[in-house]
Design a protein around this ligand. Sequence first.
Ligand code: NDP
Length: 282
Amino acid sequence: MTDESLQDIVCCMGQPVAGNPTQFMMEHAFLAAGLDWRYLTLEVGPDELAAAVAGMRAMGFRGGNFTIPHKVAVIKHLNGLSEAAELMGAVNCIHRVDDGFEGENTDGKGFVQSLVEVTEPAEKRVVILGAGGAARAIAVELGLSGVAHITVVNRTVDRGQDLVDLLNDRVKVSAELAAWEGDYRVEEGTDIVINATSIGLGDAAARVPLDYATLSSGMVAADVIFNPPKTVFLNEAERRGCTILDGLGMLVNQGVISFKIWTGVDPDPAVMREALEEYLEL
Ligand code: NDP
């Protein structure tokens, strides 16, 4: 298929996909950039994934996003992976290469792009709460960005250890595991603390189990939760003088990176954040 015969269509596949803030954000960004492109949100079950990707290929889609439960399963339907996606073993964004698709993971890159607005990651000591998909994406990108050390704090020890092994053995960044029991105490000398768990999603009162007195000014506290964006974790960190970063910044920036990959054009991040805030009624 030649470039001219491709359709200016990208899509998001997941299950379930009840309402999609990313579609709203992307369509506003296309309009602002003067691009007559479409972003479709498609509900696709695991048994239909292979046929759905073949359909994207046959219909000349430019690329797409993949969300739960397809981030790992989609890999076997792709022609190749970026370095970060290969290390993470998960893909959230695909784009055309020749007659197929290559997989990328823009979640961690989106996080780092938000972070550099407040601090440079190189040589920093980082605590990551959680070891799921978001934590894995962030940890790998921070490792590739040259942080000095990562402590992974996770409730399920095997999952946490798996991430620590990946960081030490393949990303070549010094990492250790802390099993999460009770309120976690952040060690003195920590520069960046990240809530990469799902605690707080859709629940403004949900508390991340942390000894908040161990947070101090000079630290950066970042949350992956974007709805609601002002979590208990960020409120407590702000009260103690930390610089805070909400999950909306990561969501906007992973979208900025995907947009550039598909279209070759830099979108306006302010338009994208405004669209998200409108969609989420913030
Ligand atoms: P996963 O299900 O893969 O991982 C969830 C993580 O949270 C696990 O480490 C889990 O620990 C931990 N966790 C959940 N509940 C608790 C609890 N009560 N106490 C301690 N730990 C807990 O989810 P993802 O990593 O894919 O997503 C996490 C969050 O990140 C979601 O809310 C998602 O919306 C958000 N996200 C935001 C993005 C953005 O752009 N802002 C992008 C991607 C995700 P355990 O292993 O012990 O179960």
